[in-house]
Design a protein around this ligand. Sequence first.
Ligand code: IPE
Ligand code: IPE
Ligand code: MG
Length: 254
Amino acid sequence: MMAAYGSGARSLPQHVAVIMDGNGRWAYRQHLPRVAGHRRGAEVVREMVQSCVDLNIPHLTLFAFSTENWRRPPLEVRLLMNLFRLLLKREARKLHENGVRLRIIGDRSALERDILQLIEEAESLTQNNTRLQLNLAVNYGGRWDIAQATRAAIAALQSADLNLQELDEQDIARHLSLADGPEPDLLIRTGGEERISNFLIWQLAYTEFYFTDTLWPDFDRASLEHALHSFAHRQRRFGRTGDQVLEGDCSVSD
Ligand code: IPE
Ligand code: IPE
Ligand code: MG
């Protein structure tokens, strides 16, 4: 069941997803190494989490490292992983104190053992928190997600002795990352590019997109409010006509 937004409190997205892009260019403009942009970007992540807590946005999904980002120079990949380690070590307790539940989405098989350990610790520490569900996408790819969900769906059908011809959208959807929460209402991409870069390709089917030239390290509370303002003025039709939505016939039941 999805709902259409458009007025009042319901115009606040329940789930914001962000492609945090532009760290390298930010650093380049300051004549700093790229990693300085990633470091500043990590601070902006902290501010973004706080903003969502303050604004009562209950779900936030951040794209931190894609399945394609392994193609970067090995030193940059190593520095990004070190930053991720540091964040998990330093921030887990603060997230917990702030009522944030952390979950990492993505293919964990390529992550180093100590990082996996830190992820498990942070996830179990924060598992009962309810103020904000924070999903951090690390070694995540939308195509990976659909492939793993399809494998899981097939295994479930086989163990129930059902025919593969029975496989439908819902069978796949229930095994995707984020299946236990609402789909993103708003996708923000910073850094000026207007593409998905293999983020949540299934889950973004009916998401509103907001692209901004602002580089991620410069994305502050005012930038977020700009994006929310833009979202609040969209009419979400989910396939129906604008008149139907205005008449209040705006629920979509699958
Ligand atoms: C986004 O910033 C961070 C990651 C992809 C890890 P970039 O590093 O892609 O920054 P630009 O696009 O080169 O400026
Ligand atoms: C997308 O940014 C991935 C993340 C923000 C983690 P990229 O900078 O990797 O995207 P492309 O390669 O320019 O599309
Ligand atoms: Mg980039």
